[in-house]
Write a protein that binds this ligand. Structure first.
Ligand SMILES: Cc1cc2nc3c(=O)[nH]c(=O)nc-3n(C[C@H](O)[C@H](O)[C@H](O)COP(=O)(O)OP(=O)(O)OC[C@H]3O[C@@H](n4cnc5c(N)ncnc54)[C@H](O)[C@@H]3O)c2cc1C
Length: 393
């Protein structure tokens, strides 16, 4: 068993892709972080992700920081020799009705005005970029620059780079609470009662960050939301060429957002989120079954969009928990007592933002702008936890 250190300069709680990215950026800035993960690195929502990296249909306010987030993933792949399968296969947003067409055209016009290379496709154009998508689609949006990464391999690469830069990262090290002395953070208390002292603590524990923050009197407005995925048996490469997502908010599945893609392994993956399913507090310790209704509507949608794939056998399914904030944006910045920071609230697309958020938050902690130009200030304005009155300044 690993011996815990007695102190650290900065402690990062949570070894998903966000905590790993914060630890990497801190280590590269010379801050010697200690990363504490309750279970295994990348084993929570991070490992269950489809990990699409792109700006398309993520909201115009975040466009600048999201575009930089995508650049950081491209540069990270180049620097490390791309052991995590960063591949720019492009993203198709399918449209099933006139309302969706109006929405798709609106997204494309606004993103193009900001410099994005997306465009509209007619059904004939769609047949060229996604030949098997032969269902009753009126048209599509197309973002050729959206990429994917393998979520496990990317998390492992960030971990290895963080360690190489000087981070100490320990798994099976659950944090129980925060130590506060004279109104400022003094460290963390581990589940086994041990204390580790530190002047700065970052909560990157996803939907469960709130469980830890309350010990310092901080209420974070984050709730867990189920995201679920079906995986089919391997299919020949190029069966589905792009990331296929729904422009219409409901996407053809009874409730939620739809995303279909083929993993590097060849498996066809079908993801959706289900809003407002109550999540019991003990959910993080259980393996949840995907509801049968989700399976049926997913198969229906897949068979409607890709009739030639109607018979592919399913292999497995999984449910993971995303952290949802009231305005669907991260909380990243200082909270509560001096020395306490949060970086959580992924709202289902935290993989894409993670390297950018890691650099942003590391910059705030060491007092330097690690994002270029105005982006550090932009990120501060977008993600400030103080936009919610529940969070103490
Ligand atoms: C099916 C699916 C598809 C997705 N598709 C995309 C996509 O295409 N693009 C995209 O950008 N995002 C996508 N996402 C979302 C993305 O995976 C998440 O936004 C991202 O992984 C969040 O990372 P995180 O580090 O914040 O959270 P997590 O991975 O949940 O990490 C938090 C970590 O904190 C640890 N922890 C909790 N409590 C404690 C404690 N007390 N002490 C120590 N450690 C603790 C947990 O064990 C966990 O490992 C998808 C998610 C799913 C499920």
């Amino acid at each position: 068993m690993t011996t815990l250190p007695q102190s650290a300069e900065v402690i990062v709680v949570g070894g998903g892709i966000v905590g790993l990215s914060v630890a990497l950026a801190l280590a590269e800035a010379g801050a010697k972080p200690l990363l504490l993960e309750a279970k295994s690195f990348g084993g929570a929502v991070t490992g269950g992700s489809l990990a699409a990296i792109g700006t398309h249909m993520h909201g115009l306010a975040e466009y600048g920081v999201m575009a930089h987030a995508c650049d950081l993933w491209r540069a990270f792949a180049e620097r490390t020799g791309n052991p995590f399968e960063h591949t720019a296969q492009g993203q198709v947003g399918f449209i099933l009705d006139a309302e969706g067409m109006e929405s798709g055209e609106g997204w494309v016009a606004e993103e193009r005005a900001l410099g994005a290379p997306c465009r509209m496709l007619t059904p004939a154009g769609l047949a060229e970029v996604e030949p098997r998508l032969t269902g009753p689609v009126l048209g599509a949006t197309f973002a050729p620059d959206t990429a994917t990464v393998n979520p496990f391999l990317a998390a492992r690469t960030v971990l290895a780079e963080a360690r190489a830069a000087g981070a100490v990262a320990l798994d099976h090290a659950p944090v129980a609470g925060l130590l506060v002395e004279a109104g400022r953070i003094a460290g963390v208390c581990m589940a086994d009662g041990a204390e580790i002292r530190a002047g700065q603590v970052v909560l990157a524990s996803g939907p469960w960050s709130q469980e830890i923050s309350v010990s310092a009197g901080v209420c974070l407005p984050l709730v867990p939301r189920q995201a679920q995925c079906l995986a089919a048996l391997r299919q020949p490469p190029g069966t589905i060429r792009r990331i296929v997502s729904a422009v219409e908010s409901r996407g053809g599945v009874a409730s939620g957002y739809t995303q279909i893609q083929q993993a590097g392994s060849g498996q066809i993956l079908f993801n959706t989120v289900v809003d407002f399913i109550e999540t019991p507090p003990e959910a993080k310790d259980t393996v949840r079954e995907v509801p049968s209704g989700f399976v049926l509507t997913s198969i229906d949608t897949l068979a409607t969009l890709f009739p030639s794939l109607a018979e592919i056998p399913l292999l497995r399914s999984w449910v993971r928990f995303e952290a949802v904030s009231p305005d669907a944006r991260f909380l990243a910045g200082a909270v509560g007592p001096e020395g306490l920071w949060v970086c959580a609230g992924d709202n289902g697309s935290g993989y894409c933002r993670s390297l950018m958020l890691g650099r942003f938050l590391a910059g705030e902690i060491i007092g330097a702008a690690l994002l270029p130009g105005a982006l550090q200030a932009d990120a501060r304005a977008l993600y400030a936890p103080q936009r919610f009155t529940q969070v103490a300044a």
